[in-house]
Design a protein around this ligand. Structure first.
Ligand code: UDP
Length: 270
């Protein structure tokens, strides 16, 4: 079964999940609550699952980086992170119900860990930041289980040692903060060897949770102006953020060009 640009992929999960393909990149139409339920199912299953948090920068990177696109499209869950993805899904006629931002997911999973005892491992960011983020979450949700934290690096030479280190702690959830696409390619490369039920690429989430970088105020996040806040507080990102207007332009154009909206790499298990 090949999904079209608004395909229904009910085989993938117990939940009847539909997906939208934005410029050939899959985004699943899930709510935050469904995401948490699916994650609990993945943990119960015990087999490894990769989760990606798709934003417009991902979509633009995936136009050139076909390996990255394949990783997103074959992931167990491609979450709608970023207001741009939310808007594009609406414009293309397959609206995602809400945004599921990576940083909020980390926080909610820490809360779930406190209730259910799920073991979380924090990999990535600058030295000390992952541990600090884990400590902040443990303070906020007493009982949350931190299996370990390590800055590490996505470099291939460190690969085997990092996998061994994580395996030794037997986590249920692995957060990887190497930035995209490195973190998602790293997870895809090591998914089988890690044998962690839930592996999520979380970008700069540890920096925000640890307070190393400021997160946009709630009202700005609510109306989708997070990108503007980032531009003001991290002006050196301006070049990277050029991807946003380009993304809007491509999406507007893609509607009249069906081919670019068609899934290039549907999930391999469909
Ligand atoms: N990072 C890392 N190793 C690297 C490159 C980046 O640990 O080789 C970390 C970086 O310190 C940051 C995170 O990856 O904590 C990603 O940051 P970025 O701003 O790129 O992510 P975004 O929030 O845009 O997804």
């Amino acid at each position: 079964m090949l999904p079209d640009s608004c395909g229904r992929c009910s085989i993938r999960h117990t939940v009847d999940l539909s997906s939208v393909y934005i410029l050939g990149v899959r985004v699943d139409c899930v709510t935050f609550q469904q995401t948490l339920e699916l994650i609990e199912t993945f943990i119960a299953q015990g087999t490894p699952h990769q989760i990606v948090t798709v934003n417009p920068e991902f979509v633009m990177m995936a136009q050139r980086n076909l390996t990255f696109r394949k990783v997103i499209n074959q992931s167990a869950l491609a979450l709608p992170d970023g207001i741009g993805v939310w808007w594009a899904s609406r414009y293309l006629g397959c609206p995602v119900p809400e945004r599921v931002p990576g940083v909020d997911l980390v926080v909610r999973l820490a809360q779930l860990s406190a209730c259910k005892g799920y073991r979380m491992y924090f990999l990535g960011a600058m030295p000390g930041v992952a541990a600090r983020a884990a400590a902040v979450l443990q303070r906020r949700f007493p009982g949350a289980v931190v299996a370990g934290s390590y800055a590490g690096s996505p470099r291939i030479e460190e690969n085997a040692a990092i996998v061994r280190r994580i395996r030794a702690q037997n986590p249920d959830i692995l957060f990887v903060a190497f930035g995209a696409p490195a973190q998602d390619l790293w997870i895809a490369r090591n998914l089988a060897a890690l044998r962690v039920p839930v592996c999520v690429g979380v970008g700069g989430s540890f920096d925000y949770i640890a307070g190393v970088r400021p997160l946009a105020p709630q009202w700005m996040r609510k109306i989708g102006l997070e990108w503007f806040y980032r531009l003001i507080t991290q002006p050196w990102r301006w070049r990277r953020m050029l991807a946003l207007p380009l993304f809007v332009w491509y999406v507007l154009w893609s509607k009249s060009n069906w081919k670019i909206c068609h899934p290039a790499d549907p999930p391999s298990h469909l």
